[in-house]
Write a protein that binds this ligand. Structure first.
Ligand code: GAR
Length: 208
């Protein structure tokens, strides 16, 4: 059974999707053992507590710089014996100390079809604002391994979602969550825990 540690910063609907999938028996080889938040008031912490999942808080501004924050996060993840680290709306970019310690063991869900609308500054609603500004007809979500370069690690799963003419950033965000993120994140976590993802030369291969 793999220990899954989930990193959050906000509302935690992706965390909820993972909790629900685990309860439905869809992640038979993994268990969410800890939720770590970068914000003290993240609603995601409430979701964890309601489901008797251990919580920890590591606030970025309590640390002098990203290097000391990343070192503390790496040590916390090691002490929690994380086999898989999931960024579920986690909004702080961690440096290579964490990425190297958990190489190909950290995954992120991003609310666009990478390599579109990704990288530094593309997070949360901003992603959807930029997609609508550009006028793309299709967006979606991507689950990928985390590397030190933001949103650039090997892609595991993607799902496209059609954009509608009257979409606002909020309606598009919600539809991408419902139709894509809440489905492909639990699926990728389950594949990982089953040992069904391999990585070669920056590409993933799924052994379903
Ligand atoms: C989700 O849409 C997630 O993909 C996005 O933030 C939202 C968090 O919602 N993450 C990023 O933009 C990371 N670059 P949640 O807290 O309800 O899961």
């Amino acid at each position: 059974m793999k220990n899954i540690v989930v990193l959050v910063s906000g509302g935690g609907t992706n965390l909820q999707a993972l909790i629900d999938a685990e309860h439905r028996g869809e992640i038979p080889n993994g268990k969410i053992t800890c939720v770590i938040s970068s914000k003290t008031d993240a609603y995601a912490l409430e979701r964890a507590k309601q489901n008797n999942i251990k919580t920890r808080v590591l606030v970025r501004k309590d640390f002098a710089d990203i290097a000391s924050y990343s070192a503390a996060m790496r040590d916390l993840l090691l002490s929690e014996k994380a086999d898989l680290v999931v960024y579920a709306g986690f909004m702080t970019i961690l440096d290579e100390q964490v990425c190297n310690a958990f190489k190909n063991k950290m995954i992120n869900v991003h609310p666009a079809l990478i390599p579109s609308f990704c990288g530094k500054g593309f997070y949360g609603l901003h992603v959807h604002e930029e997609a609508l500004k550009k006028g793309v007809k299709v967006s979606g979500a991507t689950v990928h391994f985390v590397t030190a370069e933001c949103d650039a690690g090997p892609i595991i799963l993607q799902k496209a979602v059609a954009i509608e003419e009257d979409d606002t950033p909020e309606t598009l965000q919600r539809r991408i969550m419902e139709q894509a993120e809440w489905k492909i994140l639990p699926k990728a976590v389950s594949l990982f825990c089953d040992g069904k993802i391999s990585v070669e030369n920056g590409r993933t291969f799924l052994h379903e």
